[in-house]
Design a binder for this molecule. Structure first.
Ligand SMILES: Cc1cc2nc3c(=O)[nH]c(=O)nc-3n(C[C@H](O)[C@H](O)[C@H](O)COP(=O)(O)O)c2cc1C
Length: 412
């Protein structure tokens, strides 16, 4: 089979049929209204992904509370958002009825922005910190996730993604650094309790066919982060991450999205800069570990495919014909390292990527230049989109630079 056939072949996720192997990564775009509802900009972005014929779309980090959040205009999922989200999903299903959508439920914890919300933590991280969460508060947060899942199903989503990646609250609780002596800290049994109890609570609030999965940083990339040997160790150890995905699978998770890194201190592992595209291979290694540890029917989704681009990428020592997103993605699927291919920055550069492959218009695909200006817009709390190929965002970026100057460091 050629790469086109492999990438366009259907796959089952839980009891749902996913039409192809393309996964649109959750991409926060800071463009909600004041109540956390989708605006015209949000509609445009997701309508484009739906037109682009992705098999599965992961709706960007949508916060289960507006008390603690990372972005000022972040999508929210609380009872007050139900009506607006119903209208939004209805519209997307009109554009493309058989693209599946899951919502990435999040709580930002210590990544919450104190300028407009309450920064909270499970154990203060050097350089971050915030109010220390009590056990009762964590239980309340889990109830908020469960309520959000109920709303997600009611508004027509196909499932949820419990965010356990990139240093947001889910990662903060499960990492070895959380050695505080409490119900959710210290031993692995205590630290994994959050993820397992959350899974059970979500399961109870939705119907049997509703998908539950998780995007996780298998290795956060710094001492004490998830996937470290102990609270201070710089050594990677996959015992806990592998145990966690198996435990979640046993409790009913039907898919996982691989990721690495932490938004505060290990960003290059999460989304590398232009000059280190070879970090993509690291993600394939972790995705393969996950796939091999889980049952064959559990869907594992690979991340960090944007750097492979088309034939013109910065990867050396490889034949350009074989090193683009499509040939590499298809090879990884064919050889059993993953089931689906996630596109993040590339989904900004060209939301029609899967459709263009399907229609034989590969030469019309705009490939992400990895300029990272989308990231800069996000850090500046501005609506996010592709600065290179989407004019309104180019203008917004120019304005942003005029107003705020250049960022000292992109990876902050
Ligand atoms: C602007 C921007 C926003 C992002 N928002 C999210 C998010 O909401 N949730 C998440 O899990 N990852 C988020 N990410 C990470 C991507 O989903 C993805 O894991 C990463 O960019 C690597 O994939 P890529 O090489 O295809 O871009 C974001 C990345 C960028 C650049």
């Amino acid at each position: 089979m050629g790469y086109k056939e492999i990438l366009l072949s259907p796959i089952k996720i839980g009891n749902k049929e996913c039409k192809n192997r393309f996964f649109a990564q959750p991409m926060e775009c800071v463009d909600s209204d004041e109540e956390g509802n989708p605006t015209d900009l949000t509609y445009q972005r997701y309508e484009n992904l739906y037109k682009g014929d992705f098999g599965l779309v992961d709706l960007e980090a949508i916060t289960v509370t507006n008390e603690s959040r990372a972005r000022k205009t972040q999508l929210e999922i609380m009872p007050r958002n139900e009506k607006a989200l119903t209208k939004f999903i209805k519209r997307l299903k009109e554009v493309n009825p058989d693209t599946l959508i899951v919502f990435q439920l999040t709580h930002s914890g210590e990544i919450s922005e104190p300028d407009f919300s309450r920064r909270v933590c499970v154990k203060p991280t050097y350089g971050l910190g915030g109010d220390l969460l009590s056990e009762e508060e964590v239980e309340h947060i889990m109830d908020q996730f469960a309520e959000a899942s109920k709303i997600a199903e009611a508004v027509g989503a196909d499932g949820v993604d419990m965010k356990l990646c990139h240093g947001y609250l889910g990662s903060q609780i499960i990492r070895p650094y959380n050695d505080r002596n409490w119900k959710y800290g210290g031993s692995w049994e205590n630290r994994s309790r959050f993820a397992y109890d959350l899974m059970e609570k979500i399961k109870k609030s939705v119907s049997k066919d509703f998908l539950i999965g998780s995007k996780m940083s298998m290795w956060e990339g710094y001492p004490g982060g998830f996937g470290s040997a102990d609270p201070e160790s710089p050594l990677m150890d996959m015992t806990e991450p592998i145990d966690l995905i198996k435990g979640l699978e046993e409790r009913g998770a039907s898919y996982f999205v691989e990721s690495l890194g932490n938004v505060h201190c290990a960003m290059n592992y999460m989304e590398c800069l232009k000059d280190s595209p070879e970090l993509s291979y690291l993600h394939i290694y972790f995705t393969d570990l996950m796939k091999k540890a889980l049952k064959p029917e559990t869907v594992v989704i690979g991340s960090h495919f944007t750097p492979f681009r088309g034939k013109k990428n910065k990867l050396l020592s490889v034949d350009p014909e074989k090193s683009g997103i499509f040939p590499v993605g298809a090879k990884c699927i064919e050889e059993g390292m993953m089931d689906m291919v996630g596109l993040g920055r590339q989904s900004f550069a060209d939301p029609l990527t899967p459709l263009k492959l399907k229609e034989g218009r590969e030469d019309e695909i705009h490939y992400c230049t990895m300029c990272m200006n989308c990231e800069e817009l996000m850090i500046r709390q501005q609506p996010v989109g592709c600065v290179t190929y989407n004019r309104p965002y180019t203008k917004r970026f120019v304005e942003c630079r005029k107003n705020f100057g250049k960022l000292n460091e992109l990876h902050t």
